[in-house]
Design a protein around this ligand. Structure first.
Ligand code: SAM
Length: 244
């Protein structure tokens, strides 16, 4: 069927490509890819060839109208280098324009590093906020962290190895020393999840920047500290003044 197929691909282990994703990729009239060398590797694994067309941050605006036009009569699959397209990856404008043009839009859901890390962290999962990559510059990063300090949700963010320790320190500064987890190389040979407070994790990685791909998960703000006896007395006294 013509239209747009948003196809999730593995974040490390090629075995995580779903049979339906493989079928769509092998049969799509066109596969919009972030980096054709990366997706060529996936097609090698599948033992087939895809009709790939580059679609990335630098050419998206010029390529998009033609791509959307072709969805009227052809099946167009969208993939990113890894994981779920649109999640810290290009794609949302393609979906927006495909919808505006009235084309069929569907997804073949699958791996996503943010969700995988959330499941590994052992922190509350009922409410979470995905922050993508924080700004690299320390001032902008501190501001971005300050903006979410009051949010009562687990935070999930992407970071690179060389910047990890500085990022954890900035999170401890802006949020307080919360529990956190660093999930690395998920679904790959050297998968590892390390948990601890932001300050212990900062220290752990300060002199040993980790290799590979990383997701940081941070606990929500703690419950308010237990009231002291004086607080309780004051609250009681205040309540008594309001009794009839
Ligand atoms: N669209 C992707 C997804 O659904 O996960 C994310 C793309 S984003 C450009 C790439 C970042 O995701 C990496 O820098 C890293 O923070 C995280 N990531 C991707 N694969 C990962 C893995 N196997 N383990 C841990 N983090 C990963």
């Amino acid at each position: 069927t013509p239209g747009l197929y948003i196809v999730a691909t593995p974040i490390g282990n090629l075995g995580d490509l779903s049979p339906r994703a493989a079928e769509i990729l092998l049969n799509a009239d066109l596969v919009a890819v972030e980096d054709s060398r990366v997706t060529a590797g996936l097609f090698r694994h599948l033992g087939g060839k895809g009709r790939m067309i580059p679609y990335h941050d630098h050419n998206a605006d010029s390529v998009r109208p033609g791509l959307v036009a072709r969805m009227g009569g052809e099946s167009v699959a969208l993939v990113s280098d890894a994981g779920t397209p649109l999640i810290s990856d290009p794609g949302y404008k393609l979906v927006r324009d495909a919808r505006a043009a009235g084309h069929m839009v569907t997804t073949i859901p699958g791996p996503c590093a943010a969700i995988a890390a959330l499941t590994l962290a052992g922190l509350p999962t009922d409410r979470f906020l995905f922050l993508g990559f924080l700004p690299a510059k320390s001032g902008a990063r501190a501001q971005a962290i300050a903006e979410v300090a009051g949010v009562r949700a687990t935070l999930v963010l992407y970071e690179s190895g060389p910047r990890l320790s500085a990022c954890l320190a900035a999170l401890a500064d802006g949020l307080g020393d919360r529990e956190a987890a660093v999930a690395r190389e998920i679904s790959k040979k050297f998968e590892e999840t390390v948990t601890g407070t932001l300050s212990t994790l900062t220290a752990r990685y300060a002199d040993a920047p980790p290799r590979g791909e990383i997701v940081v998960v941070v606990a929500p703000p703690g419950e308010a500290a237990p009231a002291t006896a004086e607080d309780a007395d004051a609250a009681l006294a205040e309540a008594l003044t309001r009794l009839p």
